[in-house]
Design a protein around this ligand. Structure first.
Ligand code: FMN
Length: 159
């Protein structure tokens, strides 16, 4: 049987880190992230409506997009992408620092994009957050970018 066309696409793998107005922090896994303006001035992030991440982002409209490295896959996919921050503290044994806004970023990622969300729109079971890029920081340029194809090859995701 042939697979759906969208299954042929590959994606980079990220973690969206965020902080609420009251300082609650969280991190997820997200593949649906894209540059959406010239010169990297805006990016767009799809967030699942039922997750803790979107709850915090909607409060503060603050997030960082951390571009993950291949070597982070085995630890971070189960820890950040298969559990909710509502019921587990994902920052235990997770190397991170805070930016000047109090929003975490992952120090072992390739780097992070500091974002301010300027609007959100319905997208079925997700919402799309259009984000202004405030700054981009490369932390570990020697590492290899983690992709969804790599996760499939390693058996960390199906489909
Ligand atoms: C490979 C992979 C890709 C994912 N992509 C997205 C995504 O693009 N957007 C999203 O909101 N959730 C995505 N998720 C799901 C969230 O990471 C997952 O539901 C997580 O447990 C949410 O945690 P939270 O409740 O702490 O926010 C992805 C998960 C995996 C494993």
């Amino acid at each position: 049987m042939t697979k759906a066309l969208l299954k042929y696409k590959n994606y980079d793998v990220h973690s969206i880190t965020t902080v609420s107005l009251l300082g609650k922090i969280n991190a997820n896994i997200a593949t649906w992230v894209m540059q959406s303006a010239m010169q990297g001035k805006f990016i767009t992030v799809a967030l699942d409506k039922t997750d803790y991440t979107i709850e915090l982002v909607k409060e503060s409209m603050i997030l960082n997009v951390n571009l993950l490295a291949k070597e982070q896959a085995k630890k971070l996919i189960p820890k950040l992408g298969r559990k909710s921050g509502r019921t587990s503290n994902k920052f235990i044994n997770l190397p991170f620092e805070m930016d000047e806004r109090g929003c975490p970023y992952l120090t072992e990622a390739i780097g992070y994009i500091q974002c301010r969300c300027v609007g959100n729109i319905d997208s079925g079971d997700h919402e799309l957050f259009v984000c202004e890029v405030l700054t981009q920081k490369v932390l570990n340029p020697e590492k290899e970018v983690l992709t969804n194809d790599y996760l499939r090859a390693e058996g960390l995701v199906r489909g």
